[in-house]
Structure formats: structure tokens, C-alpha cells
Design a protein around this ligand. Sequence first.
Ligand code: HEC
Length: 103
Amino acid sequence: MRTTVLIIAVILMVIPSVITGQNDGSKIYADKCSSCHANDGSGSTTRGKAMKVPDLRSSEIAKKTDKQLIDGFSKPAAHRGMQKQLGDENLRLVVKGLRGFKK
Ligand code: HEC
């Protein structure tokens, strides 16, 4: 009986962290985007500079709606296959997260 209660308690503690882990756009960004776009969105990585990635903190990006960014995401050749790999929900989260970048 005691162990059952303990097991349930542990499960209840673990579940929220699993859910927030999946919903964290910044984690996806660090994992999938920062190699080109840099941790701060500036695009100042070696790869980013070579590919001339846009500064994600720029007013051009800020002007676009989330929908425009998501719809346009698959256009650059550099993003090929990523939308499928991420899934629409994760892409939406990561695009939302881009709004947090400040110069
Ligand atoms: C392999 C390098 C690479 C990776 C990885 C990458 N990008 Fe890009 N990204 C680019 C390049 C290059 C451009 C510019 C393409 C162009 O202007 O044709 C770009 C452009 C963009 C733009 C501007 C699009 C617009 O509408 O102006 C956004 C937003 C963006 N990337 C977000 C992301 C996000 C979010 C991820 C991660 C899920 C990501 N990128 C991963 C290389 C990359």
C-alpha cells in the first residue's frame, strides 16, 4: 500500500516536467536552430555567417506575423525537411519563442 502511494506520487511529479519539456520552444531552438541562427538569434555563428542568415531580432522579422513565419518557414533551402521533422506544433512553439530575442 505504502509503495503504491509512493509510486503514484513519483509519477505525478514526473508528468508535468515531461509536458513542459515538450512544450519548450527554447529547447527546440537550441537543438535545431541555434547552429545557424546563434543562441541569441543574431545569426553570428560561423555557419550562420557563411549562409547569410537573417538577424532574427530584426524589425523585418518582428513585422511578420507568426503565421507568415510558419507558412514561409519551408521556403529557404537551409530549412529543407525541418518542418516535417519538427511537426507543426513544435514549429509554432519555436516561432513564438523567437519573439523573446532582444538586441
Ligand atoms: C542549416 C542552417 C539553418 C538552420 C538549422 C535553421 N535555419 Fe532558419 N534560416 C537559415 C537561412 C540560410 C535563412 C535565410 C534564407 C533566405 O533568406 O533565403 C533562414 C531564415 C530564417 C527565418 C527568416 C524567414 C523569413 O520569413 O524572413 C526564420 C524566422 C528562421 N530562419 C527560423 C528558423 C528556426 C525557427 C529554425 C529552427 C527550427 C531555423 N531557422 C533553423 C538557415 C537555417
